[in-house]
Write a protein that binds this ligand. Structure first.
Ligand code: FAD
Length: 448
């Protein structure tokens, strides 16, 4: 084999892998549907972890870190106090305009020698036998020694792969969410309203996630739903937000499109001969919040390191399996655990949420973990035995909630066991069997 790499789609993780591989002498070409680099990204600003560039081995931009903005979680009953994160003044996060982030990643990759072909729509993978050898596109067929799939949540490459490879082609309901994001003007006369990052889990009984982030000049609205929705629902939610946020104006300043975000554990199988998926195409987002920038960029680095270590230049499922193992060990195990937590949220009724808030079952300290340390250990470290006993006592009065939480705890135990049984080496039959067991741990339909 050789060192000719295709990155399909200019997704974040693909760009990170492209940078590392080109820097090490590989011939890397990114094929991207957008007509030009300036079309990539969105006109909005995203938060992600402060140490992302360092962890992903990428040159860090000079600006972008800001003090962490604490999130306040609001329950369904306006009488209940929100649960607010508390950070100390030294806690920082990255806060970047998405277009600027994409432009930075592309510039970094280009400087390392990566080639870009814009205006190229990928249709499917090209296979010879079991091996992915290239991509079929609107500009013709292109072949390579390895195809990195960074085409996002609905990757046409992933969906074109034969089922026997064990790579999940399409996502089921509740494994992705539709998100509307838009910035509206902030009305004058409400200067006393403090800048705040408000998250609501239940709106009008509909499962989903909504937020309103108030800044000096705008209010950034996000409405996310598991069902497709349109302008009527956006207008309805805008009115609901206005009732709770009287400073929210009607003028759309930025954004306003609906996009899809994967909201599940990573795919159970990320690799095949000549193929590796990264970023949203491999479902690497945090399954409750949908944040995926840090995980994608870090996965890109893990993938590149695996390719660089493949001295025989095989890029087979056997040699790429190291990427899957390391990603799951460092990041994917936590995401898989959080996905079980997501199912609890989906199963809770409005009154169960109200019970949580009313009885202060979660506290500020519980949710103030530092995202720069996203290991399961760091997230759960606050829950010492005495804290758990205290919370169980509070929950104990609600038998239905106790039943659900015990069920989730048992599944978390089974997940830990299943992850520990992930095959050390790639034999397709073993991997597909393991993937089936892993997927069986998740029920996608909320049982209300
Ligand atoms: C509303 C919203 C808010 C978000 N907020 C945050 C946040 O605050 N923090 C955070 O960390 N994450 C956030 N995310 C998630 C984050 O955007 C992704 O998880 C992350 O960018 C990784 O996605 P990706 O780069 O793999 O895929 P994408 O960003 O989808 O990139 C895929 C690329 O492939 C290209 N492509 C797709 N199909 C084809 C084709 N057929 N042919 C050629 N090219 C193709 C696309 O044009 C695109 O350039 C948010 C997402 C959304 C939608």
């Amino acid at each position: 084999m050789g060192r000719n790499i295709i990155v399909a789609g200019a997704g974040h993780g693909g760009l990170a892998a492209a940078y590392h591989l080109a820097k090490n002498g590989y011939h890397v070409t990114v094929y991207e549907r957008a007509a030009q680099a300036s079309e990539l990204g969105y006109e909005w600003e995203d938060f992600f972890e402060a140490n992302t560039f360092e962890r992903a081995g990428l040159p860090a931009p000079e600006t972008g870190t800001v003090p962490k903005v604490p999130i306040s979680f609001y329950g369904p009953d306006p009488e209940d106090e929100p649960i607010c994160q508390a950070f100390d003044a030294n806690d920082v996060a990255m806060h970047m305009n998405r277009k600027e982030l994409c432009a930075t990643l592309i510039r970094t990759a280009r400087d390392a020698g990566v080639q870009f072909v814009f205006g190229c729509t990928i249709d499917s993978a090209i296979l010879i036998g079991n091996r992915i050898v290239g991509i079929r596109t609107s500009l013709g067929d292109f072949t390579a020694d390895l195809v990195i799939d960074a085409c996002g949540v609905d990757s046409p490459l992933r969906t074109s792969l034969p089922a026997y490879l064990g790579i999940q082609k399409t996502l089921k309901k509740y494994e992705y969410i539709y998100a509307y994001r838009a910035y509206f003007n902030r009305l004058a006369g409400f200067e006393d309203v403090r800048n705040e990052y408000k998250v609501y889990f239940v709106e009008d009984g509909k499962a989903g996630l909504t937020w309103a982030i108030t800044t000096e000049e705008t209010v950034d609205l996000l409405i996310a739903r598991f069902e497709p929705f349109g302008q009527e629902e956006i207008d309805r939610m805008h009115e609901i937000f206005k009732a709770d946020n009287p400073h929210l104006g009607d003028t759309l300043v930025l954004g306003g499109q609906i996009t899809k975000i994967p909201l599940r554990r990573p795919l159970a199988v990320l690799v095949a001969d000549g193929y590796a998926a990264v970023g949203d195409s491999a479902c690497m987002t945090v399954p409750i919040t949908g944040s995926g920038i840090t995980n994608s960029l870090c996965a890109g680095k893990i993938l590149a390191d695996t390719v660089l270590a493949d001295q025989n230049e095989e890029y087979s499922a056997v040699t790429l399996w190291q990427y899957q193992r390391e990603f799951i060990d460092k990041i994917g195990d936590t995401m898989s655990l959080i996905d079980i937590g997501k199912e609890l949220l989906l199963a809770l009724k409005k009154e169960d949420f109200a019970y949580f808030f009313h009885n202060k079952i979660l506290t500020s300290e519980d949710i103030s973990f530092n995202n720069n340390e996203m290991s399961a250990k760091a997230v759960l470290s606050h829950f010492t035995p005495s804290v758990i006993v205290d919370r169980l006592k509070k929950i104990g009065a609600n038998r239905e909630l106790t039943r659900r939480i015990s069920g989730i705890a048992a599944r978390a135990g089974r997940l830990t066991l299943t992850l520990s049984l992930m095959p050390d080496r790639y034999y397709r039959e073993d991997v597909v069997n393991w993937a089936t067991k892993f997927e069986r741990l998740y029920n996608v339909a909320p049982d209300k």
